[in-house]
Design a binder for this molecule. Structure first.
Ligand code: HEC
Ligand code: HEC
Ligand code: HEC
Ligand code: HEC
Ligand code: HEC
Ligand code: HEC
Length: 496
């Protein structure tokens, strides 16, 4: 029989190239299948697709590389004068050949089907709680726990971290793959660095749900405090936060917090965490540029690449992973009754314990110390009360342990100090990074730190002494500290 002319160069007809081609073909089909599946039931976690976009393509490339490799080897063989590798000759008229072909084709199909089902299951597994529980639970535990206790507990991670559109989807897959690598090889930092420098611009994600035009008027916040005295004296602040400014069409002439997203405000932070901001610039509606500087800047000129335009994240940096500070959590637990205010000195003792174990090495040790220290304190200092109110002491221990578990993650070094919250100015500089009254332009204009620019205090006091006025009252500090609260930011004492 005359030798048929082959379609491709002779050297491609060898086992290695054939195996490569089959591998590449099968993997390609699986990838297409997975992309289709993902399109019809979009995934919830960023890890979905690591397989499709990272792991499988590696095998696809291996398959593709095998093809020319086999060809090259085959050519060398021939150049050396060796006999050409023979591929099996198949004759479908031969019943034995026919059976083999049917067997081979069905076998491959079944295998491919099971492989894709297997990979699909593996895929689902990466989304499961088991996967998170076992592979990256320790790493993500702080973010996950804080998230479950936040206003966004029902918003999925990807809504903020990925958002809509193909570009960020693919980017997230790539960084997701790197994250898996860094977890498997223990290459991650503790605490996980923040801010995330390549986070998608917040306005593209947050504004899917929050419509800036809706920011108007004022929002009331009531805060109940308890003093660190024997009776745990109660003190209340009621604030009206000026949350307007979202539309830029506010009819009132009052100042408004969301003014920043209608105006281009740029800043330069001299530290990685963006906590020290020595330079701010904004261009007003008349096109006039205001450049504010603080003493921290010195002779430094902000490098253009480091200048950032303010968006939601520059204030709402903890919309979801909120590690609360001890005053806040203890006050809240006391107000809700979880910690009884009938226990003398419970506020100051709780503060003392939480502050002491902040840097404890493990969660377990922390939990143990809370129990030991609180029970010993009442046994030794208040034996009668301890007997009479034993159940309240026990409840306080549980409440404090609960606070500790939800807000402190010693293994990952995650807590309110390492992840400061930029909203407000009590537990961290927050708004005072710019609004400290020390940022001024050359002609003496200062970024305001007037107490009424951002909110009105409409009620304050402890019951005996009570002030309320819808137009705002002057701030009174619950403890006599003279005029010190005017001179330094609240955080300089309260974040100690
Ligand atoms: C409401 C939006 C939102 C949701 C929902 C959300 N995150 Fe975040 N996440 C953020 C923001 C904002 C940051 C901080 C960005 C910054 O400061 O640059 C962040 C930061 C992080 C960080 C870096 C460490 C840190 O705390 O700064 C990790 C890790 C993280 N998120 C994981 C998750 C996981 C896992 C989920 C789902 C369980 C999730 N996030 C859900 C908005 C969100
Ligand atoms: C998928 C929708 C969704 C996305 C995306 C989203 N949020 Fe929210 N957000 C909500 C919902 C729903 C609430 C109301 C929760 C409630 O009232 O309990 C909320 C509440 C809030 C609140 C009020 C919290 C409070 O204490 O009452 C703030 C502030 C906020 N979001 C900021 C953000 C920021 C900043 C982002 C972007 C990083 C963001 N949100 C992204 C749905 C979303
Ligand atoms: C990066 C710097 C920066 C940060 C951080 C910052 N601001 Fe501002 N803010 C400015 C500048 C600049 C102005 C305009 C100054 C002026 O005109 O006096 C301003 C103006 C304001 C105004 C007046 C707006 C108006 O309608 O006239 C309010 C209210 C305000 N800020 C609230 C806040 C709050 C609340 C925070 C914290 C959650 C905050 N700012 C954080 C830079 C900042
Ligand atoms: C200058 C700082 C600053 C910027 C920038 C900023 N916010 Fe706010 N925002 C605040 C403060 C302060 C509050 C009131 C405190 C609170 O509710 O926790 C607030 C309140 C909110 C609320 C709750 C409103 C309500 O009616 O309860 C939402 C939602 C919100 N912001 C979303 C956003 C989004 C989305 C962006 C970006 C487009 C943004 N914010 C930009 C400071 C800011
Ligand atoms: C640049 C804006 C801004 C300025 C200026 C400002 N505050 Fe505030 N303040 C805030 C925001 C935002 C919060 C809300 C924080 C939160 O939601 O937890 C707050 C919260 C408070 C609270 C309630 C704290 C709590 O936990 O009970 C008090 C009290 C307060 N401020 C007093 C003052 C006083 C006094 C001044 C003047 C010396 C001042 N503020 C200046 C933005 C500002
Ligand atoms: C010079 C340091 C200092 C400054 C500045 C300061 N405080 Fe205090 N603050 C104290 C001390 C000391 C106490 C008493 C501790 C206690 O009994 O709880 C206290 C107690 C409080 C309490 C009651 C306890 C709690 O946290 O529940 C509140 C509320 C409070 N301060 C708010 C503020 C606010 C708001 C500002 C800024 C406008 C401020 N403080 C500035 C030192 C300071």
């Amino acid at each position: 029989m005359e030798k048929q002319k082959r379609k491709y160069s002779e050297s491609f007809y060898n086992f290695t190239s054939l195996a490569g081609a089959v591998l590449a073909g099968v993997i390609f089909c699986i990838i297409i299948l997975l992309i289709l599946l993902d399109a019809f039931s979009p995934s919830e976690t960023p890890y979905y697709g690591i397989l499709t976009y990272i792991i499988l393509p590696v095998f696809l490339i291996i398959g593709l590389v095998l093809i020319p490799m086999g060809a090259l080897k085959e050519r060398r063989r021939r150049q050396k004068g060796l006999k050409a590798q023979k591929l099996p000759k198949i004759d479908l008229n031969n019943p034995q050949h026919m059976r083999s072909v049917i067997f081979f084709v069905t076998g491959t199909c079944i295998l491919a089907l099971f492989t894709s089902l297997g990979t699909y299951r593996a895929f689902e597994f990466t989304e499961s709680i088991t996967f998170c529980g076992q592979v990256c639970h320790d790493v993500m535990k702080p973010e996950f726990t804080a998230y479950q206790n936040s206003p966004h507990a029902r918003v999925s991670c990807v809504d903020c971290h990925v958002g809509h559109g193909a570009e960020w989807y693919v980017r997230s897959k790539l960084s997701g793959a790197y994250q898996v690598y860094s977890v498997l090889f223990n290459k991650y930092e503790r605490p996980i660095p923040t801010p995330i420098h390549n986070l998608r611009p917040a306005r593209e994600t947050c504004e899917q749900c929050h419509w800036p035009q809706k920011f108007y008027g004022k929002k009331q916040k009531d805060r109940i405090h308890f003093m660190e005295d024997e009776q745990n004296t109660r003190w209340k602040y009621s604030l009206l936060l000026r949350i307007g400014g979202g539309s830029g069409r506010d009819v009132t002439k009052e100042s408004s917090i969301h003014w920043h997203i209608n105006n281009k405000v740029e800043y330069y932070a001299s530290d990685d965490r963006r906590q020290t901001i020595p330079w701010v610039r904004f261009v007003d509606k008349n096109g006039f540029t205001h450049e504010f500087k603080s003493e921290d800047l010195g002779d430094e000129v902000p490098p253009a690449s480091e200048i950032r335009t303010m968006d939601c994240i520059d204030c709402h940096n903890r919309p979801s992973h909120i590690y609360q500070y001890p005053q806040f959590t203890i006050n809240t637990a006391m107000e809700s009754g979880a910690i009884s205010i009938d226990l003398p000195e419970i506020k100051s003792k709780s503060m003392e314990i939480l502050q002491a174990i902040e840097s404890d090495t493990t969660t377990e040790q922390g939990l143990k110390r809370i129990k030991e220290e609180l029970t010993t304190f009442y046994e030794e200092d208040y034996p009668e009360i301890n007997e009479e109110k034993k159940s309240q002491v026990d409840a306080a221990v549980l409440a404090l342990q609960d606070i500790f578990q939800k807000n402190y993650f010693p293994e990952m070094r995650a807590n309110w100090r390492n992840y400061p919250n930029n909203i407000g100015h009590i537990s961290a500089p927050g708004c005072y990074r710019c609004h400290d009254g020390m940022h001024s332009t050359e002609d003496g204009k200062v970024i305001s730190n007037d107490c009424n620019v951002c909110h009105l205090i409409v009620e304050q006091g402890n019951g005996e002494f009570m002030q309320s006025d819808i137009n705002g009252v002057e701030f009174k500090h619950p403890e006599d500290i003279d005029e010190e609260w005017r001179e330094e930011g609240c955080y300089s004492c309260h974040a100690e």
